[in-house]
Design a protein around this ligand. Structure first.
Ligand SMILES: Nc1ncnc2c1ncn2[C@@H]1O[C@H](COP(=O)(O)OP(=O)(O)O)[C@@H](O)[C@H]1O
Ligand SMILES: [Mg+2]
Length: 249
């Protein structure tokens, strides 16, 4: 039996009173899954996961993490509750070394466990150990995302939530990021992933939702959604590159 880790029901959220951006969106994420959220630009994907992470005011609906209601939990308590959010940008401290970036992410760990946990992150991300003394701002785009993900993973979250980790990266680093996420999932981590890069995200995902106008409009097995005509329709006006091209990237 699958076990639901994250259960988001009828979520409504927005930045200003009376202007809903997320309008009744529902998703579930089971333990060990990668769930992908796709959707056209401006669909509300970032707002949706930011609201889950406590960063956009919620006006309706519920967010349950391992059965616990975290709907009203402030953002700074999320890590302790087990939800680690990696924003699309500004997800590392560029002037600090790689190692210090990791150290400052260990707040909820027992002090005596920190050195070993940092070594575990280095073992999982060998690129980072070579650059442990480097200022994070000097890393390549792909390595930066690696560091951002390592910072989130270091505290053993119940669910890792990522906003477009491949955005703005060159193709080589895009591939690196998706390989990294597939590897993390293999190690048993549960992932909620928002992506523009639909093809690559569906290739590593288990299930996916398409969000449009702040609502979940369609849901399916990740590998089947790529050629799903409903998905193409939901992207109308702003189609992902594959639509109508028989699956070419
Ligand atoms: N900080 C903000 N303040 C007010 N409106 C915002 C803010 N961020 C996003 N929005 C609005 O919310 C809508 C959805 O944006 P967003 O969640 O970023 O969509 P997506 O991530 O799917 O591209 C857009 O209309 C956008 O203008
Ligand atoms: Mg976005």
């Amino acid at each position: 039996m699958s076990e639901t880790v994250l259960d988001v029901r009828d979520l409504e959220a927005g930045y200003e009173p009376g202007v809903p951006i997320v309008r009744g969106a529902s998703i579930t994420v089971d333990r060990g899954e990668i769930v992908v959220v796709l959707g056209p630009n401006g669909a509300g994907k970032s707002s949706f996961i930011k609201a889950i992470a406590g960063l956009v005011p919620i006006t309706g609906g519920t967010v349950l993490l391992d059965g616990r209601d975290i709907t009203a939990a402030p953002a700074h308590t999320m890590v302790r509750l087990g939800l680690a959010f990696v924003p699309q940008t500004e997800n590392i401290f560029p002037l600090m070394s790689v190692e210090d970036n990791l150290k400052v992410s260990c707040g909820i760990l027992e002090r005596r466990d920190i050195p070993a946990r940092i070594e575990e992150m280095y073992a999982a991300f060998p690129d980072l150990v070579r650059q442990r003394r480097t200022a994070a701002g000097n890393l390549s785009g792909g390595q930066r995302q690696m560091l951002a993900v390592a910072r989130a993973l270091i505290v053993h979250p119940k669910v890792l939530v990522l906003d477009e980790p491949s955005a703005g990266l060159s193709p080589k680093f895009v591939a690196m990021v998706f390989e990294m996420l597939a590897g993390i999932r293999k190690s048993g981590v549960t992932i909620l992933l928002v992506e523009q890069n639909a093809k690559a995200a569906l290739a590593i995902g288990d299930r996916a939702y398409v969000l449009a106008e702040g609502k979940d409009r369609h849901e399916g097995i990740a590998s089947e959604l790529w050629n799903d005509p409903v998905v193409a329709e939901l992207y109308l006006g702003q189609r992902p590159s594959h639509v109508g091209k028989g699956g070419a990237a």
